[in-house]
Structures are given as C-alpha cells and as structure tokens.
Design a protein around this ligand. Structure first.
Ligand code: SAH
Length: 389
C-alpha cells in the first residue's frame, strides 16, 4: 500500500470532516495516479484510506477512516448496496431518485441516477474507474433496470485526467425514455440531455410548486425539459412560457407540454434569460408565477462576487415581473453559495426592486440527495418560494 503524507499543520480540515486533501497539502510521493493509498500525518500516523490522483486539485479523496477496512471490490459493492437500501426507505419514489451521491454515500466521484427504466452513471474519480464494470454489475443486480448508461464527460472528469467515454454499459435504452412526476410524463434524453438527462434534485420542488401555484400566467425561466412549468400547468395555471437559452431545452419542454395535453397553454422562448427578463419588464409583461432555476453561477469562491451579482440581477427582474400575490420560485445550485448568502442576495434584490416579498418556504434537494457535513458541496441546492405582497 502506498502512502501519501500530509504537510505538517494540514491535519485539521480532514479531522473536521473534509473528505479530501488538496494537492498543495501533500508532500511529494511516488504513489501511482489512481491508486488506493493511505493518507498519513507528518509523523506517519494513519488518517484515512482513499484515492490518490496528483493530476487533480483534490489529490486525495477519503474512502474510509478505518485502518482495518480495505478499499476493494467488496467495499464498493457494500457502499452501493447501502446507498440503495437507504433510497428504498427514504426516497419519495425510488423509481426516480439519485441512487448514489458521491461522498454522501461513501464513494467520492460516483453518481448514479435512477430514471425509471434506466440508471445513468457518472464516474469522476480516477481511482474509481477500475471498478466501473463492478459498479455497473452491482447497480444492475440491485435495481434491475432495462439499461445502464454512462455519461462519461464533463469538467469533473477532465480535472481528473479521465477521458470522455459515454455509452450504454448494460442492456438497451428504451425509446422514448420517460420519467413520471406527480402523474405527468416527461420525456428525457440520458445521452444528449443535460447532466444525467433529468434534474432529480429539483423533483420535490417541482411537486411542491404543483401544490402552491394558484393559477394565472407562469414564466419557467431556465426551463430545460420544462418540469416546473408543467407542474404549474397541471395545477391549473392558465398559461406557461418556457424560456431557455438552449433551443433543445425549449423544444423538449414544449414536446412535454404536448405529451401531457397542455400544448394549447404552453409557449416557448429561446433567449438569454438576462436579456429576456429585462425585455418583459420593458414591455410591461407580467406574471403570476416566475421560476428561476439557473445553472451554477459560482464554481469556486473566486467567482462568488460575480455570481452574487448575476443572481441578484435575475431575481430583481423576476420580482418586478410578478403581479401582487405572485409566486417566485428561485434556486441556486452553486456550491459555495450558502443558504444565508442566498437569502441576503434575495433581500438585496427585493430592496432594489422596491418589492415587498415574503418567504413562503425554504427548501433544498430531497432525501435522495443527502448532504454530508464536512463535504458541504453535497448540500448545494437552495430553492426558495416567495410571495410578492
Ligand atoms: N429547471 C430545469 C433545470 C434547469 S438547468 C428542470 O427542472 O429540469 C439550467 C438551464 O439553464 C439549462 O437548461 C440551460 O440551458 C439554461 N441556461 C443556461 N444559461 C442560460 C441563460 N443565460 N438564459 C437562459 N437559459 C440558460
């Protein structure tokens, strides 16, 4: 077993629960990239066992803190089985849930989403790559899907030095692939859609909108496949406009409106939301419900200021577009933006917009996306429902 040694004075963060060590915190070592290694302190005492990859900024990722626990195929199988047992207990519907969530389920770099008949898989830790066949086999044994599809792309893989490798790893993809949400049918695309094809983290919030929407006109901004706006239409809202910068997103949302019998109450708009919100305001267009679900504006702490301005801009515009009594459903999936920062931004936006807003409900992702203390990036999603007074 190779060892990787922390520089003196760098032990505290991991003792406090952080699940990785930065490259800059490690002494030079001859451990091989992608190997399982023991992390030791500067006196040689065991701290944790995990994956070593000097190409990544997160050069050591903790898998176990038990010195007697080997990191092997059996551990990988046990962790996946435990994660699935938890979903069967805790998920609001285990047919549509995140089946495995990285550090929060004890394997850094592994994400698996169950989307009905399909499991969509993402591996973004070099050390985990060698167990890919075992991971697929274990998911098949536990979940019995029609197909396992690997989305082997994206910045997390590039940072680890992993090549792009996407494709069906087991079975055959059903065509079309649908997910069911609160009685609605959504067609999704695990191969070409965003992330794993469907944002399961917002599922509970979309269903909550179904309960809280009170009619009128809806703007689903950053709509992707349209899940929020469709729930609003199912709740009886008169009309929904699906806005996204991606033509494929708007087309998917409109197709989903059609599938659910809402075509006559849906329209689409392909535009940059920053411009379009301003244009609506200028044109005097108003709504009874606005949904804002943008991509992460902040990736790291360095981009926090710019992200704050971006969030404030769209939220301020959205507040102004609301009729009195209207509902704003606003989200941030930026990991470095905390609940408190997000609320403070909203208060700033409301003050500048001269809108009186009250918080109806503060939410996050559902229990299928548990958040690990010490690895707060697993607690990334904020979703707040507000009402304009
Ligand atoms: N609400 C969606 C998920 C949204 S993901 C759901 O529930 O499924 C974020 C979306 O924002 C993506 O579809 C992306 O295409 C879109 N997007 C990114 N930048 C944008 C911009 N500047 N204006 C409008 N849409 C944008």
């Amino acid at each position: 077993m190779s060892t990787v040694c922390l520089r003196p004075g760098k032990e505290r963060a991991i003792a406090a629960g952080r699940r990785w060590a930065y490259r800059t915190e490690l002494l030079p070592t001859d451990a091989a990239p992608g190997s399982v290694a023991d992390l030791v302190d500067s006196r040689g005492a065991f701290i944790a066992r995990g994956f070593y990859n000097p190409r990544s900024e997160l050069a050591f990722r903790v898998v176990t803190e038990d010195p007697d626990e080997p990191v092997d195929a059996d551990l990988v199988r046990r962790r996946i089985a435990a994660a699935w047992a938890y979903r069967r207990r805790a998920a609001d519907d285990p047919r549509y849930c995140r089946a495995f969530f990285s550090e929060a389920d004890g394997l850094p770099g592994l994400v698996a989403d169950r989307l009905g008949e399909v499991v969509a898989l993402q591996i973004s830790a070099l050390g985990l790559q060698r167990w890919q066949p075992l991971i697929v086999e274990t998911l098949v044994d536990l979940i019995r899907p029609a197909a396992v599809y690997e989305r082997g792309e994206g910045s997390a893989r590039r940072r680890e030095g992993l090549p792009e490798a996407s494709g069906v790893r087991w079975g055959a993809l059903p065509e079309p692939l649908v997910v069911r949400e609160g009685g609605l049918t959504l067609r999704i695309d695990v191969a070409a859609g965003q992330k794993t094809g469907h944002y399961l983290d917002q599922r509970g919030n979309r269903l909550r909108l179904r309960q809280l929407a009170r009619g009128g006109e809806v703007l689903d901004a950053f709509c992707n496949t349209g899940g929020f706006g469709l729930q609003a239409l199912a709740a009886g809202c008169a009309r929904a406009t699906f806005l996204d910068i991606s033509p494929a997103g708007v087309a998917a949302a409109l197709a989903n409106a059609e599938v659910n019998g809402f075509a006559s109450r849906a329209d689409g708009c392909v535009a940059n939301a920053f411009d379009q919100l301003r244009a609506y305001e200028h044109d005097g267009r108003r709504f009874d419900c606005v949904i804002l679900d943008p991509p992460a504006f902040a990736r790291g702490r360095a981009s926090l200021d710019a992200a704050f301005r971006g969030y404030k801009e769209i939220n301020l515009r959205a507040m102004r577009l609301l009729r009195p009594g209207g509902l704003l459903v606003t989200s941030s999936c930026s990991q470095p933006v905390t609940d408190d920062m997000f609320l403070r931004m909203l208060a700033d936006a409301a003050a500048d917009a001269r809108c009186r807003m009250r918080v109806v409900e503060r939410r996050g992702a559902g229990p299928d996306h548990p958040g690990l203390l010490g690895a707060e990036q697993t607690l990334y999603l904020k979703c707040i429902f507000l009402e304009r007074l």
